[in-house]
Design a protein around this ligand. Sequence first.
Ligand code: GDP
Length: 321
Amino acid sequence: LVPILLHFLYTAATPYTSLPAVLLIGPPGAGKTALLTLFERGPFYHNKEDTADANNNGKPTVTTPVSETHTTQVPHAVELAVSSPSSADPTSPGHVASYQTDLDAAGAQAKKFLLVDTPGHPKLRGRALAALAQDTPTIAVAPSPAAAAASSPGAPDAGNPPSKVKAVVFVVDAAALADSDAPYLAAAAEHLHDALLALQRRHRARKGSRAPPAVPVLVAANKLDLFTALPAALVKSHLEAEIGRIRRARSKGLLSSDRHDADGLDADEDEADAWLGSYGSDKFSFKEMLEFDIEVDVLGGNVVGEGPGADKWWRWIAERL
Ligand code: GDP
């Protein structure tokens, strides 16, 4: 009994126990780390212009970046809280409070979650995709420096229990997408294609009639502060067109290979498994993913500069936790 109690106490004291996770993925340079930092600063985030503002209510201002682009092999996570829809933001009743709202001060009910950044290293990209391919996607994250410091040095390194992935945010640079000659669109679309296919395959691989837990995907069209950036509607259509090209090209690759005969697998079954969206459809549309219970939304925003900001993304996340 004692070891069980000790284990219980230990896990209860671990800050990461079973908090739901939201996974940030996307091409390097899209703004994942910048977004993580923005949300981490939360109510303490101020633009330089706001500093002189009398509405600061004496909140401390964070002047040093909380997170920086990192080169570790383990995904990095920050613990965040959203107001639950029942406890409305006093300034916008019935809605999720902005990430800039101090939930403690507002007396709101908070729901905690982990925002997990997967650095652009190809190895880690593979790890994030592998995580999404699980029936119930989970991801193990590195403890925050604070949590690591809080655990006593002699404590057994049990590792963090993996967190259930509740949603995926695919961050893309909408200004880089505007340049149709650049390889950026092809690379970004391939990354998104692979992530969606990993999620889709869970449906075929499932045992019995039980559907795997739904994992919605937000395509965050970032950098809309730049006048060269594509609006969200065009980011959507460009990605859909490119993903359509990718799945056609891959399907031809499958047909030309002779592996179907070699291993006796049902060729149709095999090809359908590798085909993203409605099998055999001509043009790809994100709506097709609903067949597999995968909701895909494309919302524009920006982390730095003047523009629509990041509140839409925050609300999207909050509504899916
Ligand atoms: P990551 O590789 O996806 O983590 O990308 P980073 O967060 O490191 O961002 C890459 C670069 O894009 C940095 O120089 C950021 O300052 C910049 N950046 C991020 N978000 C925005 C944005 O909304 N607008 C503009 N103009 N630049 C941004």
